[in-house]
Design a protein around this ligand. Structure first.
Ligand code: ADP
Ligand code: ADP
Length: 218
């Protein structure tokens, strides 16, 4: 079984820009794949296609995940809601009973290291903590597929390294399928054992790197 399959995907925007061409990839359940490439090579477009936000112009995409969640660079949190209520929102939209919603939000906030900060509002939190809330919100629905659009790109370097370690830990526990895009080679190599390198305009996958699992990790 495959959670995500792209077969010779091409994307041409109405402006005439061809953002991607001949992109094929597969992601198995529980596998985290990173895509690295310079800006403008079509990484965000690739994620938007995988999420269904955009339609392919040619080729095909097959998603066999019951649920997908999307994590962006700027943690788009609701400023008037506490961290816990931001995470609970997902359950509210799905009609999950209040107690269950609260309990699940508490569990994932613990998992991302935010115990004690549940009642804080986004503006009271640091950039790294806001990103943690964003991750918690993405994970609370137990997605089978998670799409990450350069989520740590705006963080300072130390926080970013912490978040990379954190995401690895969460990933080992939760085992969702993930597609993580970044322009940082070190981040891609650190996070995943399978790195796809994109480049060009239009962007295409020019190399696939298997990172040995023995790769030393802190
Ligand atoms: P990356 O995420 O790697 O920086 P993008 O996927 O954002 O690259 O963009 C790839 C190319 O597609 C760029 O040339 C960009 O200008 C173009 N592009 C992205 N979105 C649109 C859009 N909605 N309409 C027209 N062109 C777009
Ligand atoms: P960018 O490519 O966006 O400029 P990098 O990912 O190279 O940023 O990160 C900047 C610094 O952090 C580099 O010195 C890099 O070696 C280091 N770094 C990044 N990720 C890790 C990691 N997971 N473990 C150790 N060092 C890292």
């Amino acid at each position: 079984t495959r959670t995500l399959v792209l077969d010779r995907v091409m994307k041409k925007f109405p402006t005439g820009t061809v953002a991607l061409t001949d992109v094929s990839l597969t992601i198995a359940p529980g596998e985290l794949v990173t895509v690295v490439g310079p800006s403008g090579c079509g990484k965000s477009t690739l994620l938007r296609l995988a999420s269904g936000l955009e339609q392919v112009s040619d080729g095909s995409i097959e998603v066999s995940a019951a649920s997908t969640s999307y994590v962006f660079q700027d943690a788009t949190l609701l400023e008037w809601r506490s961290a816990a209520r931001n995470v609970e929102l997902v359950g509210e939209l799905r009609g999950v009973p209040r107690e269950e919603r609260r309990q699940r939000a508490q569990e994932v906030l613990d998992l991302v290291g935010l115990r004690g900060f549940e009642q804080q509002h986004p503006r009271q939190l640091s950039g790294g903590m806001r990103m943690r809330v964003s991750l918690a919100r993405a994970l609370v629905a137990e997605p089978e597929l998670a799409l990450f659009d350069e989520p740590f790109g705006a963080l300072d370097e130390i926080t970013r390294l912490q978040m990379q370690t954190e995401l690895q830990k969460i990933f080992r526990l939760k085992r969702f399928a993930g597609l993580f895009i970044t322009h940082s080679v070190s981040e891609a190599v650190y996070l995943s054992t399978r790195v796809l390198v994109m480049s060009g305009r239009p962007g295409r996958i020019v190399a696939e790197i298997a990172v040995p699992w023995e790769y030393p990790r802190p």
